[in-house]
Design a binder for this molecule. Structure first.
Ligand code: ADP
Ligand code: ZN
Ligand code: ZN
Length: 793
């Protein structure tokens, strides 16, 4: 039996990024396993901290005094060996701390209050068997198996070794179920014991008989309006009923989903499904890039591939971007696989996430659909992994660990020997280039279902409109909207907010109001009439005169959805408009509700930001208008063209998906830009060639891997000094084939009163780079004095 547990403690520093040795006390010997959370003493002050057991060993590696584990939090591992291995890979490849990577894999509820929890240690085999049957994930959740009182009794009887501190309140939700013991046979007998005039008791007896007859097991809450807990307890004492505490899952999708039958696949779809299913059957970790135009039936391909995996006794994992924004996809997956599905995304409450997570961990579901973080769903025995809209930027996490879900899925695909399907109408350049090189297998769906035509796209040159411009609308777009109104068809209007901010500028001196803490212009919020910093939260009133020159010519710049809506209402008074942006979708479920209204044709125009560009499938939409195509083209980002092309293609794809043909009108100030030109002609291939050429010229991905190193400090000089010294070390460690840009002040040079410097590296061999950067980070962290922060992206 192992004597030593290797523990990653929850103290994220360089020194603690390696596991520490802890002694496993004899009474915990049979309990402690890798993947369990434990409480340990750490540091000189013997502070109690939580940690994750990642390995076991016979002998300590540490030469000094090895401290014992204080208590365990979990009765069964919460991380599988797969997840432990994945966390290690994740930490190394994203330069994140191991504990940060571990915590990324657990639902928020299991991170909070960890130290308040502890576990009773099962002593006898009988008790272990009891827990083992339904592995409880932590002390808070074993109450559905054993009550605390029982636990204490077990402890007294010597069945349970020690009861450590116990959480006051569990994470899991419980209800009390009523099992009626009243039958036709004993009803009258019970009735005879009731004193005359006790109408409530008589009513309860009748209700209980009815429950028996209809085999209903209501909860105490469900009957609370009629019968109090006291009355139920009384009845229990008389032997009329049993009360059982039961755990219930919080269900984020309580409504029923209309069942959908598998469609008969087209020849193109069949070919694609067959290839993927062949890889499922052969347990082959092949990566497919499914390039299919909008409306080509990719979703049906996903669903049937997943069904094949389930048929083979395996499970299926599907990632979609920002799932809260694409309720239609959840409907389609739930409609096909029903209660076999768990859903994970940021729109769920912590409790719902916790319960969905445990349904997966307990093998109660076979399908998981979710956003980025669902890449870590504790699904076992995976048969196929799907990543829809694989080019979406939301798959990249911008905080530590700075992972891309695609890489995580690729890792899991190898681990499970299961194929990975990356689907998109506009694959990321990186993915398409890998397909070109044969790293991925390219699959095509070049046509829309039933040979429906792609929508016709017209570009309006906004520079040529002049005085005919009404608000932000060209005559062509207005006319097209009017036509749809006349025909009772629907329109989708996109206001591109990327790279676009509403700010206040002086027309006389050009002064722009900036945040006092950050080098960022303040954003105008029309609803509250205030200026806000989106980085630090600073807020102030809108100035009426220029703080710089005193001019009254201080104006609002930029267009917001609200403003467009107001204009549109005056231009097309009869139009019913639904606005979808951050303001109208703040409330939980608001997004789905708006889409439902639009789907039921309760509005003519859906006006919104990027969030309307994805995945919508409405048969009556025959017009898509893009109010401003080019705001993102000017961004200092080498992916600016790619993102613009993708957005325009995606949003165009919302038009003409059913029998009626679609039309798209794009308003642009750069109509000759290649991103707009290729989007107009639905020409991904042409765009790909052109963009690859430019990336090659500029030494950008996919020709090079790029890493951005950022160093920050409260003192600008310190930050600069550290950046230059890091640059020097990098130069000598990396050699001549590395391109290094900088150090330069960060793209945001000051944020929350910290100064940022950055270095951009372009490199061809990622393995060597990862090693070098991890070593350098360790050196910087340990040698520099306090106050530095360094990160690699
Ligand atoms: P994509 O995901 O590629 O944009 P969808 O999967 O949404 O395309 O398919 C577009 C439309 O075609 C949907 O309304 C879908 O129900 C329908 N569809 C997909 N496959 C078939 C099929 N084999 N037969 C009939 N209709 C189909
Ligand atoms: Zn001014
Ligand atoms: Zn700020």
């Amino acid at each position: 039996m192992a004597a030593i547990a290797k523990v990653i403690v929850d103290v994220p520093t360089m020194q603690t990024d390696q596991p520490y040795d802890y002694l496993i006390p004899a009474d915990l010997a049979a309990v402690v396993k890798p993947g369990m959370r434990v409480v340990v003493n750490f540091g000189k002050g013997k502070r109690e901290v939580t940690g994750m057991v990642v390995d076991l060993a016979e002998e300590p590696e540490f030469a000094g005094e090895v401290k014992p584990i204080v208590s365990v939090i979990d009765l069964a591992p919460v991380l599988t060996p797969e997840m432990l291995a994945l966390s290690s890979w994740l930490a190394t490849s994203t330069f994140a701390f191991r504990i940060t990577s571990i915590q990324t894999m657990l639902p928020a509820m299991m991170k909070a209050n960890m130290e308040k929890l502890a576990i009773p240690v099962a002593h006898s085999e009988a008790v272990q068997a009891m827990f083992g049957q339904q592995p409880a994930l932590n002390i808070a959740d074993i109450t559905d198996i054993v009550q605390l009182k029982q636990l204490m009794a077990l402890e007294q009887a010597g069945e349970v070794e020690t009861v450590y501190r116990v959480a006051k309140k569990g994470h899991a939700k419980h209800v009390i179920v009523i099992d009626s013991l009243v039958t036709e046979a004993n009803h009258d007998e019970f009735l005879a014991s009731v004193r005359k005039g006790a109408t409530k008791q008589i009513a309860l007896l009748d209700a209980l008989l009815a429950f028996s007859n209809s085999q209903k097991r209501p909860t105490t809450t469900e009957v609370a309006a009629e019968f109090s807990r006291a009355q139920l307890n009384q009845a229990k004492a008389k032997g009329w009923l049993k009360l059982t505490e039961q755990e219930v899952y919080r269900n984020p999708y309580p409504e029923q989903f209309p069942a959908t039958q598998p469609k008969t696949l087209t020849a193109d779809q069949s070919q694609v499904v067959d290839q993927v299913v062949a890889a499922v059957s052969a347990n082959r970790a092949e990566t497919f890039l499914l390039e299919g135009v909008t409306g080509s039936g990719k979703t049906e391909v996903y669903l049937q591939t997943m069904a094949a995996a389930l048929q083979a006794g395996k499970t299926a994992l599907m990632l979609v971007p920002e799932i809260a924004l694409t309720p239609q996809m959840v409907n389609r997956v739930k409609g096909r696989f029903g209660s076999q599905v768990a859903v994970l995304h940021s729109g769920l409450s912590d409790g719902e996430k916790y319960d969905e997570w445990r349904r997966i961990a307990r093998h109660e579901v076979q399908v998981v659909v979710g956003a980025r973080s669902a890449a870590f769903a504790p699904l076992d025995n995976i048969g196929v992994i799907i990543m829809d809209e694989e080019h979406e930027t939301s798959y990249k996490q911008e905080d530590n660990p700075r992972y891309h879900a695609r890489d995580v899925l690729a890792w899991r695909s190898r681990f499970h020997h299961a194929p990975l399907v990356l689907g998109s109408a506009t694959p990321a350049l990186e993915s398409r280039a890998r397909a070109q090189k044969g790293v991925y297998t390219l699959l095509n769906l070049p046509n829309r279902i039933n040979q429906r035509p792609m929508p016709k796209v017209a570009i309006v040159d906004m520079r040529a409109i002049g005085a005919e411009l009404q608000g932000d609308f060209s005559p062509a777009l207005l006319q097209a909207l009017q036509t749809r109104l006349d025909r009772h068809e629907q329109s989708v209007l996109l206001l591109n907010r990327r790279g676009f901010s509403s700010f206040v500028m002086c027309r006389d001196c050009g002064f722009v109001k900036k945040c006092p803490n950050c080098d960022i212009s303040l954003t105008l919020h029309m609803d509250t009439h205030r200026l806000k910093c989106h980085y630090c939260g600073h807020e102030e009133a809108i100035p009426t005169t220029c703080p710089n020159c005193g001019s009254r010519q201080i104006r609002y710049y930029g267009t917001g959805t609200q403003k467009v809506e107001t204009t549109l209402k005056t231009l097309l008074p009869e139009a019913r408009i639904l606005r979808m942006d951050v303001d109208t979708t703040k409330k939980k479920g608001a997004h789905a509700k708006l889409l439902k209204q639009f789907g039921q044709h309760e509005a003519d125009i859906l006006l919104g930001t990027q969030m309307i560009a994805k995945g919508l499938d409405f048969p009556d939409v025959t017009l898509v208008g893009v109010i401003n195509a080019d705001t993102a083209l000017g961004l200092p980002d080498f992916r600016a063209s790619e993102h613009t092309f993708q957005l325009l293609t995606q949003v165009s794809g919302r038009a003409g998906r059913a029998d009626k043909p679609g039309e798209v009108i794009i308003q642009s100030f750069n109509p000759e830009h290649y991103a707009i030109q290729f989007a107009q002609h639905h020409d991904y291939e042409g765009f790909y060639q052109q963009e690859m050429f430019l990336r090659h010229q500029g030494d950008y991905p996919p020709y090079y891997y790029t890493v951005k190193a950022t160093i920050s400090h409260e003192d600008e000089n310190e930050a600069a000094k550290a950046a230059f010294s890091l640059a020097k070390s990098l130069k000598s460690a990396l050699g001549d084939d590395t391109i290094m840009l900088g150090p330069t002040p960060g793209s945001i040079a000051r944020l929350k009163n910290r100064y940022y410097y950055q270095i951009v590296l372009k490199y061809k061999q990622p393995d060597h780079l990862v090693t070098v950067l991890n070593t350098l980070r360790d050196q910087v962290q340990t040698s520099s004095r306090q106050g530095f922060q360094i990160s690699f992206d």
